[in-house]
Design a protein. Structure first.
Length: 157
């Protein structure tokens, strides 16, 4: 039963940036600023973002769960936990800066930092458990795509 609650905890924690982001993310025609921006032809429909982020947060939650329940020394996992927290903060910060403050250039810098942070996170998780490290890579790939989308918006507007 303890592992179940650890899993629930890991899932809740992994979704925190998404929960924060919902308060800043445009919904349909409700965000005049975002809808008026010139965007890449590769910008997916809004529902794709919802599905992608849900899957990515689930993968991050599973990775965190694997690290938490791993029998490695707690000291070995401390750095991984801090990297996870840093990644969560940067993830939430991006939504606040891009959608809330309408600052695509600064948001792009946050994304670049987030990619670097996430690579270190994947490596740190990998040292604890290989599968946990691999589960972070789809997130990194999506961050690279998000960087492209963000940069396109910055340069076109």
């Amino acid at each position: 039963m303890k592992k179940f609650w650890i899993f629930v905890f890991a899932m809740i924690v992994s979704f925190i940036p998404g929960i924060i982001g919902v308060f800043f993310t445009p919904h349909g025609a409700s965000n005049i600023w975002y809808n008026a921006l010139a965007k890449s032809v590769l910008t997916p429909a809004g529902w794709v973002f919802s599905v992608a982020w849900t899957l990515l947060y689930i993968l991050l939650g599973i990775a965190l769960y694997i690290v938490i329940i791993n029998k490695k020394n707690r000291i070995d996992k401390t750095g991984a936990y801090w990297l996870f927290v840093g990644q969560m903060i940067l993830n939430a910060l991006w939504s606040i800066i891009f959608f809330g403050a309408h600052m695509p250039a600064l948001a792009l810098l946050v994304l670049l930092a987030l990619i670097v942070e996430s690579v270190f996170l994947a490596r740190s998780f990998h040292r604890v458990n290989h599968a946990a490290g691999y589960l972070v890579w789809p997130y990194i790939v999506w961050m690279c795509f998000a960087t492209y989308l963000n940069a396109t918006i910055m340069f076109l507007n």
